[in-house]
Ligand binder design. Structure first.
Ligand SMILES: NC(=O)c1ccc[n+]([C@@H]2O[C@H](COP(=O)([O-])OP(=O)(O)OC[C@H]3O[C@@H](n4cnc5c(N)ncnc54)[C@H](O)[C@@H]3O)[C@@H](O)[C@H]2O)c1
Length: 340
């Protein structure tokens, strides 16, 4: 990429950051990181899947509960930011399968409006993408330059992947053609406190079932594997990426490369929570449910999804700190507090 891109050079503590989707799961952890660094933060979130309760009361935090495009074309139209983190999106396979129109519209239209907004002052911007962009390629681990392979367009499951791929194309084009310093983060499975299980997110769903001594429902045969990264590790990496000149105009896998099958995850959740359980508590049961019963007959899933992290390690020295056991315990503590 050309070296002409200008990143802010003043102290981080004086910066004004916009976080779209900042009341969401990953976004709210990012807001914590930025506030902790002394930044002023504006969050725009329509709370369609996020929650205002995810945000702390902080004198440097401003929250706008709004559709992103409406905010950027309305109240924020004449504002300028030092850094922009775009995480607002329609997220989660279950949500996407249930409402593909909303998914495509949200993910493509909102990003287009955001890119027009940041291009006015060439604001350094980080776009949240997804490992779903790789589609159903059978290679493992996935590297950023690998080909992508999608199912046919009559399978709505792939609309999320395609919409995130369009976001990436748009971001790279605004960088190349309009000189906007844009970095793209392809998140692999991200887990942690504040994630909601009701959008098909597997870890909070398993923890919730195990806490109540219920049934952990594993989809398919449970031998499909994923790598889970704690959102607090992810959030810490994002400002580093945005502020590193070598990251501009490039795509980065962000996640963990420690694989676990869904059967192993179910066991780990049961085992981890059994250690702190009260005597006589009923242990959770594990049951397998066919994919078709959950997502309908046309659903296709990947057996393995694992990132090649070479690029992000070389760029910012990324190394996750949270173990999956710690994350499970923190999610359980949050769920218990919610029940109390
Ligand atoms: N969690 C993961 O494992 C994962 C994996 C890959 C990619 N991602 C990406 O990371 C980003 C954050 O995802 P998350 O897991 O925190 O999910 P999330 O649902 O908690 O966050 C998305 C946020 O965007 C908000 N939003 C949606 N449409 C909006 C609109 N039109 N205007 C304003 N706000 C809107 C939602 O209310 C929510 O707070 C998304 O871009 C998602 O695609 C997440």
């Amino acid at each position: 990429m050309p070296s002409a891109f200008a990143l802010p050079s003043g102290p981080v503590a004086s910066r004004h950051c916009l976080v779209t989707g900042g009341a969401g799961f990953i976004g709210s952890h990012l807001v914590d990181v930025l506030l902790g660094q002394g930044c002023r933060v504006t969050v725009v979130d329509d709370c369609s899947t996020g929650r205002e309760a995810n945000l702390s009361q902080h004198p440097h935090l401003r929250f706008l509960r709004s559709d992103l495009a409406q905010a950027l074309l309305g109240p924020l139209a004449s504002e300028r930011f030092d850094e922009v983190y775009h995480l607002a999106a329609a997220v989660g396979v279950a949500l996407v399968v249930a409402d593909p129109i909303r998914c495509i519209h949200t993910n493509v239209h909102q990003t287009q409006v955001l890119l027009d907004f940041v291009s006015k002052s060439r604001t350094p911007t980080l776009l949240a993408s997804s490992s779903e962009v790789y589609g159903k390629g059978s290679k493992s681990p996935f590297a950023e330059t690998d080909d992508v392979v999608y199912g046919s367009t009559d399978k709505p499951r792939w609309s999320y992947a395609a919409s995130k791929a369009i976001d990436e194309y748009l971001g790279l084009a605004y960088c190349e053609q309009r000189g906007v310093p844009i970095t793209i983060a392809r998140f692999f499975n991200t887990v942690g406190p504040r994630q909601r299980g009701d959008y098909g997110m597997v870890v909070p769903r398993f923890v919730k079932a195990a806490l109540h001594g219920g049934t952990i429902e594993v989809y398919g045969d449970g031998e499909q594997s994923r790598c889970f990264c704690d959102a607090r590790d992810t959030a810490r990496a994002l400002p580093q990426m945005l502020r590193t000149p070598a990251c501009i105009g490039r795509v980065f896998n962000v996640g963990s490369d420690q694989s676990v099958t869904m059967n192993e995850l179910a066991e780990l959740v049961v085992h981890t929570l059994a250690q702190g359980a009260t005597a006589g508590a009923r242990p959770a049961q594990v049951k397998h449910t066919p994919y078709e019963a959950v997502y309908g007959p046309s659903f296709e899933d990947l057996r393995v999804r694992k990132p090649d992290l070479t690029r992000i390690r070389e760029a910012i020295g990324f190394a996750p700190r949270y173990t999956l056991e710690t994350t499970i315990l923190d999610i359980a503590a949050e769920l218990r507090a919610g029940d109390a």
